[in-house]
Structures are given as C-alpha cells and as structure tokens.
Design a protein around this ligand. Structure first.
Ligand code: ADP
Ligand code: MG
Length: 689
C-alpha cells in the first residue's frame, strides 16, 4: 500500500533523522518526543513573522526583527564571562551582535568580516546600543529565503533552538504525502473535507491554531476515533466469548428485597434489570455501574449476585480496602440473613487458618459469595464455579487490568465494575467505550441530604461552636485539609497543624490520617473513627470512598476554593449517607476569584454528581476532572471534550458502524500506529487469544 513507507518512517526513533545526535535526542525526550511521529503530533503554538525587516534606525526593543547588515568589526574580549561581540552596520546605523559561550573561530565563520549578512533575532538595548544576543538565524544573502518567511513557533526547551527544531520538522513534513483516506465520504464531509496530510501540513505552518478550524478538527476527530477503536476492540474481544446463560427465576432476589427496610428507587430497579438481562444472555457481561456516593450501588450488586447464585454459580466481590470489604460483608450478612447463602470475608489480613479454610470451601463450592480485597485474586483462591465478579470503586483500574480481570475470571464470568466518579457524558465513551454503562442518578428518597454552606476562615470560631454542639448530640466530624500541591514532597503540614490545634480543644477525641501513613495505620485510625472512639477525623483528601460512617454527619473542608467541583462533591459524599441531615462547611481564605465563587455556588445548589461533573469540566477543562487522570488513559493531544463535543458524539455513532466489519477496521491501521494504539491492540489480542 502507498502509505507503508510513511508509516515505517514515522514509527522510527528520532535519531534516524538528519541532525539528531545523542544531545538533541535527549533534548527532544524532555519534550516527550521519541518517535518521528511525535514530532508530527507536536503542533506549533503560533508563528514568528521573520519577514519583519527593519533598518537599524527603525528598531524596536523587544521585537523579533530581521536585519540585513554589513559585518564591520570583531570585539573579542580576553576576559572570561564577557560576551564576544560583532559590530555590524547598515546605511542608517550600527548594532552589536553578541554571543555568550561561542568560540571566536565559530563566530568568524558564521559572520565573515566585510560581508553582508541576514540576521534574525530579538532586539535589546544595552549601554546605549542596540544589540541582538545569540540570534536565531544568521545566513548570507543568497539564503535569504530561508528566513524571509512566516515561521512556525514551537514550545521548545533550552538548547533546542528554533533553527534546530525547524530542520527536523521540515525533514518530516517533506515526507508527508497524501495517503489513502480512512474515513468514509460522509464523515469526511462533516469534518471539513481536508485530508490528513493537508491538515498536518497546514497546522504545522502555525498560521491558524484555532481549535475549531477544519484542519484542527480533522486531527482531533482522528484522535478520538483512534481511542474508540481500541476500546471497541476490547469490547469485541470480550463480547466474542460466549457463556452459558444464567438461569434464574429471581426468587432469591425477591426474598432479599424484603429484607431491606426501604424500597428500591426506580433507577436501582432499572439497573438491576439491565444487569439481569446481561446475566441471562449468552454473551459475557462487562458493565460499569456509575452512581454518586450513596446512590445505593451496593444493594444493586447484591441483588444481581443473588440471581447468579440462584443459577448455580459463585460470586466474588472485591473492594479496594479492608474496611470497605468488611462493611460489604456485614451488609451482605444482614440482607442475605433469611437465606441459606454462604458468605465469607477474605482479605490479606485474615488469619492463615481461616484463609485456608475459606480456600477449601471456595474450591469445593460451599462458599456462594466471597467478599474481599485484592487478595481474592491470589492464585491460591480457586473457585469451583465462578460466574460473576463485582469490583467496587474501580477507578484505579485501567483498560489493561479490565482485560486481565476478564481473563482471570474464566469463561463463564460476568463482570460488574462500580464507580462513584461521575464522568461527563462526552467522556463516557472514550473512557468506558469497552463496556456497557449503567447509571444511577436518582438518590434514595429518605435522604435528608447535605446542606452546604461556605464561610471565610476568619469565622472558624463559629464552626468550632457548631461542631461542639454536634459532638454533644453524638455526631462525628470530618475535617479535611487538602494538599495544596500534589507534589512529591507531600505537604500535609496543614493537616498536622489542624490536628494539634483541635487536639487542644477536643483532647484525645481527634484522629489524623494522611497520605504517607501505611495502609495499616490508616485503617487503624479509620476503625477508631468508625467505632466512635474519636469524634473528629482530620485528614488530607485520603478518606476512602465508599465506607459508611453512619454517625459522621459534618464535613469541614479547608481551602475549598482551591479544589475542583467534582473533588469537593466527592468529599461531601462521605456524609449524609444515612437518614440524618448532613452539613458540609466549605472554608475559604479571603478574596475568592469569580470562578471560585461560581464553583461554590454550583455546589451549594446541586447535589447531582453528573451535573457537577459537567460543570466542572466546563470550568476547568477536561484534563483536571477527577477520575480522568486516574483512568489510565492518556490525555488527548488534540481533542477537547468541551470544544469538540460534536466530534465526540459523531465518533460515538460511527464507531458502531466501524465495529461491524473487520475490513473496515483495517483501514485505520495507520491511524492507530500514529497515535500509539497499535501496541495496545496487540496486547489485547495476546491477552484474549
Ligand atoms: P454507594 O455504594 O452507591 O455509595 P451504598 O450502596 O453504600 O451506596 O448505599 C448507601 C446507603 O444507602 C446504605 O446504607 C444503603 O443501605 C442505603 N440505601 C440503598 N438503597 C436505598 C434505598 N432505595 N432507599 C433507602 N436507602 C437505601
Ligand atoms: Mg459504594
């Protein structure tokens, strides 16, 4: 095929380019440029107009300017650290061209005396003289054309000059020729009818860097589609596996429903049906259940587990922490109590004889529902007939882990992931395109909810009075001092200070957890809080999602203006899970920015995680929204869910068409290589074959 050569060329390391030795290779690496294609995907941020010729009496300080001058005289001081100077002139005046760290011989060569040269660089003024320091370009008149141009401007790093970079990118762009189109005519028309080659070349001119230009949109769409293609491939691989239909009359789940003190919400019922349909189908389920903290996902999971158990299979449920696993276990014990279902808890911390016993019972099929932590996936844990894996709070799972998991579970295994991280609609496909998605939006009716108020830090005394009265009533308090910089040097000093401050007032009723505590220590403190041995828990943002602290009804969040909506909403979700009214107090330092005021207002007026996620994205850009970075999928280079919502929607529709045929898929091979997805797809095929 015609583009095989380009494809190979682009896939090579930059060191295959002319002019790239070790030094430049390392500089490029600093900019995350390894392969030739990375150069191509690194777009300029604008351009420099070097056609801006000026006579020496027309110079403006600070402007990038091109001059045509006569080389008059050298001034090479023999003193260290003083720059070498070359005095140049035209008919209107004089200028110094100065060089730091350049040898005389080199300067004599590039600026030969008594010659006319073209020089381009930024004008400055020093000791009553104009000068250009280390000019970007110096060429003889015969090569004037190379400078007399609009030249694209890239984000560079020290040592990587425009001149060097230009040599590289020009080499690459020269190789770009029209290649076979992968999009169908209709799609192409919608994104502006420019070919990939045209678009890339045009964008590298730097002349139009508008996100909504047709050239840009073409590349953005290519990127979105390449993402969806990967996920679609995963989905196809997993769905390809047939399984035995799970047969159940739902008698067990009906018994369970009687064991709740409440009735299920409509959303819960709908989702239970969606899962049930998958369980009963002949294809394996890979589904994610999204729902705000407290929306009642766990119950849904248990009801679906009951259906699977009734059909003769075992169920495994995994939680990210020991405490959460234990809570799930207790809840399961409670709601399965009038049945003869056998439930066990298996974590890394279980006694070894208990573990052995459970392993035995799991292997011989006595255990119907095994709840635990990561330990569930140890080799020693072998199920007799595993039919369903449920994973709670899955946001730490990337695409690869999902595939591995599906393999581990075995052929009959349906998979449900649960996440309390609401993702804006536009991103659902690009994050979870390999899965089916269920959403719970409606909250249980009996919730009094959370009242959210904001206060300047100067009024912290009112807050202290309030929490005192709450503690007297038997309530507990979260006090969150989030890390301001998520730097490697963890800055939890604020939390420690607050801890000692509160300890003076509330003595030994205060606990502290932060990110650098070992998991065990953290769980110890959480347990103290859970058992009400302490009343106030001071923490950085590390409070685990999902744990039920029934008596904790107040959360104080310091520096709340520094945080995104989704993050604040997640924190707030730790309270108000029971039937009591929760209070969330957002503390801020004085002088809120307009944006921060807006965020607090949204938070006060809504308790809907999905809506908040949308607003958060609009306010902060998609790169920052919670969960996105943890998802294991790299940020987009071109596509932006806010600007390109139409492209995302279009891709979502088109991917279904593409999925239909293997042949169709082949057309996109170039694209997948370009965006580094080919390897991922190979891995998928290896894992699932
Ligand atoms: P999630 O995992 O979605 O954060 P949970 O499943 O832990 O939420 O549920 C939070 C609390 O709400 C639990 O105490 C649960 O028993 C309760 N709950 C669940 N569904 C309902 C409902 N329909 N009505 C009332 N309470 C409910
Ligand atoms: Mg939960």
């Amino acid at each position: 095929m015609i583009h095989v050569n380009i494809e190979n060329y682009l896939n090579k390391n930059v060191s295959t380019l002319k002019g790239v030795g070790n030094k430049i290779k390392n500089l490029l690496k600093k900019k995350s440029i390894d392969k030739v294609s990375d150069l191509l995907l690194n777009l300029p941020q604008g351009y420099t107009d070097r056609r801006n010729y000026k006579k020496l009496n027309e110079l403006e300080i600070g402007k990038i300017t091109t001059i045509k001058v006569y080389i008059k005289k050298y001034n090479f001081p023999r003193i260290r650290n003083l720059p070498n100077k070359v005095i140049c002139e035209d008919e209107t005046g004089k200028i110094d061209i100065t060089f730091f760290n350049s040898r005389e011989g080199y300067i004599r060569k590039i600026l030969p005396i008594n010659q006319t040269m073209i020089i381009s660089g930024k004008i400055n003024y020093f000791r009553n003289k104009y000068q250009i320091t280390n000019p970007t370009y110096i060429v003889p008149e015969s090569k004037e054309n190379y400078i007399n141009q609009i030249i694209p401007k890239y984000s560079l790093t020290e040592g990587l000059t425009e001149k060097i970079y230009r040599k590289l990118i020009e080499q690459v762009l020269e190789k770009i020729i029209e290649i076979n189109e992968w999009h169908d005519t209709e799609t192409l028309k919608k994104i502006g009818n420019t070919s990939w080659a045209q678009s890339v070349k045009f964008l590298h001119s730097g002349k139009n860097i508008d996100l909504n230009s047709t050239h840009y949109k073409r590349l953005a769409y290519d990127e979105i589609i390449s993402n969806l293609l990967v996920l679609s491939q995963v989905r196809k691989r997993i769905k390809k596996f047939k399984k035995n239909k799970k047969k159940t009359k739902n008698t067990l789940s009906k018994i369970l429903e009687k064991n709740f003190k409440f009735s299920l919400t409509l959303d819960q019922k709908r989702v239970i049906n969606e899962i049930g349909t998958d369980l009963k189908s002949e294809y394996r389920m890979l589904r994610i259940l999204q729902g705000d903290v407290g929306s009642g996902k766990t119950i849904v999971a248990f009801i679906s587990a009951a259906e699977v158990i009734e059909s003769g299979y075992q169920v495994a449920m995994m939680a990210p922490t020991e405490i959460l696993a234990r809570q799930h276990y207790q809840l399961a014990k409670n709601i399965f109590k009038s049945t003869n279902i056998n439930i066990e808890l298996y974590t890394g911390k279980s006694e070894s004889n208990v573990k052995k016993d459970i392993q035995k019972k799991t292997l011989n099929g006595e255990v119907n529902l095994l709840i635990g932590t990561h330990a569930l996936f140890q080799k020693k844990v072998i199920f007799k007939k595993l039919g369903y894996v449920i994973i709670d709070e899955q946001h730490k799972f990337g695409v690869k882990q999902r595939i591995e998991l599906s393999k581990k579970g075995g052929k009959e295994c349906d998979i449900l992931l649960m996440s309390a991280t609401p993702i804006p609609r536009t991103l659902v496909m690009t994050l979870y395109g390999d899965m089916d998605v269920s959403r719970i939006i409606e909250k249980p009716k009996n919730r009094k909810g959370v009242i959210t108020i904001s206060k300047p830090e100067s009024k912290v005394n009112e807050v202290l009075l309030f929490i005192k009265s709450q503690i007297t009533k038997g309530n507990q308090i979260f006090w969150v001092c989030p890390l301001i910089k998520e730097s490697k040097k963890l800055d939890y000093s604020a939390a420690i200070q607050k801890y000692s401050f509160l300890s003076k007032l509330f003595r030994d009723k205060v606990g502290l957890i932060h990110g650098s505590l070992e998991k065990d220590e953290k769980e110890k403190v959480l347990n103290l809080f859970l058992k009400k041995k302490i009343d106030i828990l001071v923490s950085t943002t590390v409070i685990e999602v999902g744990i039920d602290f029934p008596k904790a009804n107040v959360i104080i969040i310091e520096n709340s203006n520094k945080f995104g909506l989704s993050q604040l909403h997640q924190l707030r979700g730790r309270i108000g899970r029971g039937e009591n009214q929760g209070t969330c107090i957002l503390l801020y330092k004085k002088n809120l920015s307009d944006n921060a005021k807006k965020r607090l207002r949204i938070l006060k007026s809504s308790n809907d995680g999905f809506l908040i996620a949308e607003e958060d994205m609009k306010l902060r850009g998609y790169g920052d929204i919670l969960g996105y970075q943890q998802s294991g999928i790299k940020n987009f280079k071109f596509a932006d869910p806010i600007h390109h919502k139409d492209l995302f929607d279009m891709a979502e529709k088109n991917i279904k068409k593409i999925e239909g045929s293997e042949n169709n898929f082949k057309k996109y091979e170039f694209l997948l290589k370009l965006f580094d997805k080919a390897d991922v797809i190979n891995k998928i095929n290896n894992i699932t074959s």
